[in-house]
Design a protein around this ligand. Structure first.
Ligand SMILES: Cc1ncc(C[n+]2csc(CCOP(=O)(O)OP(=O)(O)O)c2C)c(N)n1
Ligand SMILES: [Mg+2]
Length: 556
């Protein structure tokens, strides 16, 4: 798109004269960053010029709102597991992107934000410069664990390297680099290639491995709980689960760690039932939030935690054993220590339990009909992007998920409206597989303006909008718990098909699961642009009895 096609990659030779912006872009490229999701503005003009000059070595994808830029980066990070970058102007640009940054923090997603600043000498003086915001660095420091301001060209490469390393060290998560409007184009002799900092070594606590292995070997009813931190340790989780015949509970961010077709793979509410019976729970990359806060623990239950964040295991209560570091290598050590272990198959028992629970969940029949249509058409490695909507809540419980990183769910922020733009980023970063975004009529309009981005950058994302004419979740609560005093929950919607078509997208309406299947078939064949499918729906049965469930064991 008008970019220089033959500019050279930054050379590995000695220092050359370059601007802060050029050094930053060179460092991003050296760290394997191939895309920057952006919304430009005067504070960052030199950065954009450096991106232009970098030619094909880095793509620039501009969105229609800063929240879109940040969500696209988040979606790309979640779909690939690799660091992703977005850039926006300071003040309102930063704040517009902040909900996505907050979500990236909650999901431990490696999203690097490059945020502009007013001129270096004016920062903190309250003079009223364009986009000035009081204590921007302080606001940022509340949102992410690693942040810094680039104050000179010679600092740029090293700070990018530090930010990228910080995003992958300990608890992973987002990072922010600020740079002042007058620093971006300051030039100096700077190292041409940023040093990629090695990850610090992660020694594994062998005593803790022995202790954990002993407890797991002796456990009569072990349960594994997998969270977002287990997504890259799926092979090891599956192996350990097989060895111990231990069910694996994955909900929201833990879906897809163990293939749903394995009878040991469970979601809620079966996970709660198993939690109630367990004598040892192994939490892998999860806060164990539901277990600790809803279902309860007692003296018969020993908890073993594997977590990248050394502070995490003791947040609720001290576990029996804590193993700190990457889940994969730690699980591998546990598997080695348990190699001689053999247990009778739990298949028959688990199949019986799954069938029994499924009969209860059949109460969600309208949602299941649509989920079945989706699963039938979305390929095994296709990516499903969840939303805070009835089909999403049901998907977390019921959609079969076959592979890690194919079910993207917003974690504990559960922020309405994240879905469409996040899915766009996932689809942009993974053009090789279809990505399906679902949304309610409420959530979709939060980022539906990014349909223009999908068209502009030819991102072949499919979205299904389930339209009940309401913030349905809120309305149902008002009906059931507040004497039907309905307030602020009815919606006036556009004609979604004509709306999407007006952007140039393909769009159609599907009125049944059968029609949805046929529409999805057509949509997934299209690889040159976006599709919207509107599904008009009635109010749906509540999923909450399967999500917020009472205590199953003792007082904490
Ligand atoms: C950022 C944010 N704002 C508000 C909410 C509260 N909230 C949860 S569900 C919901 C309504 C969702 O409506 P819609 O997207 O149409 O889905 P439906 O429940 O109708 O299927 C709202 C407002 C939220 N979770 N996140
Ligand atoms: Mg709705």
């Amino acid at each position: 798109m008008g970019k220089a096609k033959h500019s050279k990659p930054p050379s590995a030779d000695a220092a050359v004269r370059m601007t802060t912006a050029e050094a930053t872009v060179g460092a991003l490229i050296a760290h394997g960053i191939d895309t920057v999701y952006v919304l430009p503005g005067v504070h960052n003009d030199p950065l954009f010029d450096a991106l232009f000059k970098a030619g094909d070595h880095i793509r620039t994808v501009h969105t229609r709102h800063e929240q879109g830029a940040a969500y696209l980066a988040l979606g790309a990070a979640l779909a690939t597991g690799k660091p992703q970058v977005y850039s926006v102007v300071p003040g309102p640009g930063l704040l517009n992107s902040a909900a996505a940054l907050l979500t990236a923090y909650g999901m431990n997603a490696p999203v690097l934000a490059l945020i502009g600043q007013i001129s270096q000498s004016a920062i903190g003086r309250g003079l009223g410069h364009l986009h000035e915001i009081r204590d921007q660095a302080g606001i940022i420091a509340r949102l992410v664990d690693f942040s810094a301001r680039i104050r000179a060209p010679t600092q740029a490469a090293a700070l990018v390297a530090q930010a990228v390393r910080a995003m992958a060290t300990g608890r992973p998560g987002p990072a922010v680099l600020e740079c002042a409007i007058d620093v971006w184009d300051r030039s100096a002799l700077a190292p041409a290639i940023a040093p990629v900092l090695p990850q610090p070594p992660q020694p594994i606590d062998e005593d803790a491995i022995r202790d954990a292995a002993k407890r797991l070997a002796a456990a009569k009813r072990p349960l594994i709980v997998a969270g977002g931190g287990a997504q890259d340790a799926a092979t090891e989780v599956a192996e350990l689960s097989r060895l111990l015949q231990a069910p694996v509970l994955g909900y929201r961010r833990g879906r897809g760690v163990l293939d749903s077709r394995d009878p040991l793979s469970v979601t809620l509410p079966l996970g709660r039932e198993l939690w109630g019976e367990a004598d040892v729970v192994l939490g892998v990359g999860t806060r164990l939030f539901y277990g600790y806060t809803h279902w309860g623990i007692d003296e018969e239950l020993a908890i073993i935690r594997i977590d990248a964040d050394p502070d995490e295991p003791e947040r609720f209560a001290r576990p029996a054993v804590a193993l700190i570091g990457d889940a994969g290598p730690i699980l591998r050590r546990l598997i080695d220590a348990l190699a001689a272990h053999h247990r009778p198959s739990r298949r028959a028992d688990m199949e019986e339990r799954q069938a029994r629970m499924r009969r209860r969940l059949d109460k969600l029949a309208p949602q299941i009909g649509f989920l079945d249509a989706i699963r039938a058409e979305l390929p095994e490695d296709g990516i499903f992007v969840d939303e805070v909507t009835q089909i999403g809540f049901a998907a977390r419980l019921l959609l079969p998920v076959y592979k890690p990183r194919t079910f993207l769910s917003p974690g504990y922020q559960d922020n309405l409206g994240w879905g469409y733009a996040t899915a766009l980023g996932a689809q942009h970063a993974r053009p090789d597989v279809p990505v399906l975004s679902i949304a309610g009529d409420g959530g979709f309009l939060f980022t539906s303006n990014e349909l223009a981005t999908a068209l502009h950058h030819r991102i072949p994302l499919t979205v299904v909008v389930f339209n009940d004419g309401a913030f349905g979740n809120v309305r149902r609560t008002q009906e059931e718990q507040y004497g039907n005093r309905l307030i602020a929950s009815d919606l006036t919607n556009p004609d979604f098909v004509r709306y999407a078509e007006s952007f140039g997208a393909e769009a159609e309406r599907a009125r049944s699961p059968q029609q949805l299947r046929a529409a999805l078939q057509r949509a997934f064949k299209r690889r040159d642009g976006p599709t919207l499918i509107e599904v008009p729906v009635a109010a749906m049965p509540s999923p909450w009895e399967f999500i917020h469930m009472p205590r199953v064991r003792g007082i904490r």
